[in-house]
Design a protein around this ligand. Structure first.
Ligand SMILES: [Zn+2]
Length: 265
């Protein structure tokens, strides 16, 4: 930042994008090609979104050469970052942008899922809004299909619109081989080794529904997307459940309907 606020060195202008993407906190951004930035079609509508649009664009494309005071430079600098972010959201759903973001995803640049059962699954950035200033960027885990806040406060303050609401879904549609296999493993609450009754009953009910669903999908020749990993383990669990909780199951029948209905859609 300091280089820019006080700079008259002609060197700085040649590397604005390099500087931007290598700045601390900007690791989620990929470099937008010069060609993309200079094609006016890709920038449609952004002139009304960004103050000092032309100056900002000149700065991003390394052709800004006006003498301005520090205040003005700071404002243009801020606009340039905003413009870069807005164009970035469009760029990363283009073929070249998707490929660059895929590389970053593969090297876990966006971090890993904090959920234990996701086994350090790499995350991808996701916006909750496509218009700026509504929400900060989140991270999407393709394994548990949930969203997380970035760990670092620098990442946590990036506008979600710089990634948009569709990018993470488009990425996995364009590269279906990147979609991780779903796991059936779930955390099971236990008290001193015994399964907590209500949640055990609920999980058993949910597992039955899941088996029914998988059966239906198989019947139609569709892939369920679940890993085929723990068939043995699963059976073992069932036996254990039936043995130890027979008496409790009767109790569950009374209140069980309510638990069951609570989760029926
Ligand atoms: Zn996850």
């Amino acid at each position: 930042m300091e280089e820019f606020a006080s700079d008259t060195d002609s060197d700085y202008a040649s590397y604005w994008r390099d500087w931007f993407i290598s700045s601390k906190g900007n690791e989620y951004f990929c470099e937008i090609d010069e060609d993309y930035l200079t094609d006016r079609f890709n920038l449609t509508g952004l002139n009304t979104e960004v103050h000092y649009y032309q100056h900002a664009l000149d700065l991003v494309t390394d052709v800004f050469d006006m003498e301005v005071d520090d205040d003005m430079r700071e404002q243009i600098e801020r606009s340039a970052r905003h413009l870069y972010g807005l164009v970035h959201a469009r760029y990363i759903v283009s073929t070249r942008g998707l490929a660059k973001m895929m590389d970053k995803y593969k090297s876990s640049t966006f971090g890993k899922c904090p959920r234990v059962i996701c086994d350090a699954q790499p995350l991808v950035p996701a916006g909750l809004h496509d218009t700026p200033s509504h929400s900060h960027v989140k991270l999407f885990c393709p394994k548990c299909e949930d969203l997380y806040n970035p760990k670092s406060s620098r990442h946590n303050s990036i506008d979600g619109a710089y990634f948009g609401t569709s990018f993470h879904n488009i990425l996995f549609q364009v590269y279906p081989s990147l979609v991780p296999e779903k796991t059936q493993r779930r955390y099971e609450p236990r008290l001193y080794g015994f399964r907590v009754h209500a949640s055990a009953a609920l999980m058993r009910w949910q597992e039955e529904r899941r088996e029914e669903m998988k059966e239906r999908l198989r019947g139609q020749g569709l892939e369920t997307g679940f890993e085929v990993e723990e068939e043995g383990e699963e059976e073992e669990e069932e036996e254990e459940g039936e043995g130890e909780e027979e008496g409790l199951d009767d109790m569950f029948e009374l209140g069980g309907g309510a638990v069951g209905q609570g989760v029926v859609q």
